[in-house]
Design a protein around this ligand. Sequence first.
Ligand SMILES: [Zn+2]
Length: 296
Amino acid sequence: MSTESQLRADIVEVGRRMYARGYTASNDGNISVRLGSDRLLMTPKNVCKGFMTPDMMCITDLDGRKLQGDREPSSEMLMHLEVYRQRPDVAAVVHAHPPTATGFAVAGIPLDRAVLAEVLCTLGSIPIAEYATPSTQELPDAVAKYIKAHDGMLLANHGALTVGADLFGAYYKMETVEHFAKISLVARMLGRENLIAREEVLRLQELRGTYGIKSPAPICADETTAAAVDPASCQVVQAPEGGGLRLVAGPPSLPAKESGGSYGVTPAAHEAGAGEIRLTYRELSDLIEDAIRSLR
Ligand SMILES: [Zn+2]
């Protein structure tokens, strides 16, 4: 267990990195860590995370009562308290507004496609918690729906939240979320995402144990049952059947949940430049909607 002075210094360092990387602007974002079993060390309200000093932090109990500190605790304290209530394994919470991930949160597009093995092994899927007014009880309520099964999530029209067994673990997940969002954006601009097949996703899930990663919930790659799955118990990932292939090509912006598992386009068809792409009416509507959205 780190000492309090070390944790104060670590929060300052993580805040400095978040600000330097553009994950927060002005006074955005907040950070907290567990201090023993019944207290939290938390960033204060109204300070730029890039210019904090160790003495600025607040100490609260797990109900949010301030026990120590000259300043008031973060305006998003309720969200942090909810995470600690729901996840005894979590010792740190990081909230920021990284621009690319937040762009996905504004567009209402979750980062839930099976495209990067590393992300599948660590975060799994990154859902979007429903829009809530910041600083109100609505936000913890929205987060509560997903936090049992996810270590990272987007907050609709707001930002991102990551948690970890220690502060740097939580911060690195924020880096992964933003990195994943950037890569996803580039792939979508290039016009194609080759998804990792469901069989490979399940294999990657087994590797989580090998790397010592304790996943908060199993990955549910079967989109036919995923719709009925409680987001608090399972991570839903878009990963179509590979039929022996480890990668499955898909047209851009195809929601696998509605596709019935078939993309109608095989890698071989792409390579051969075959002229035929089969789409369901729903898939076609989604593509047209995406195209119109990109024109605006
Ligand atoms: Zn925020």
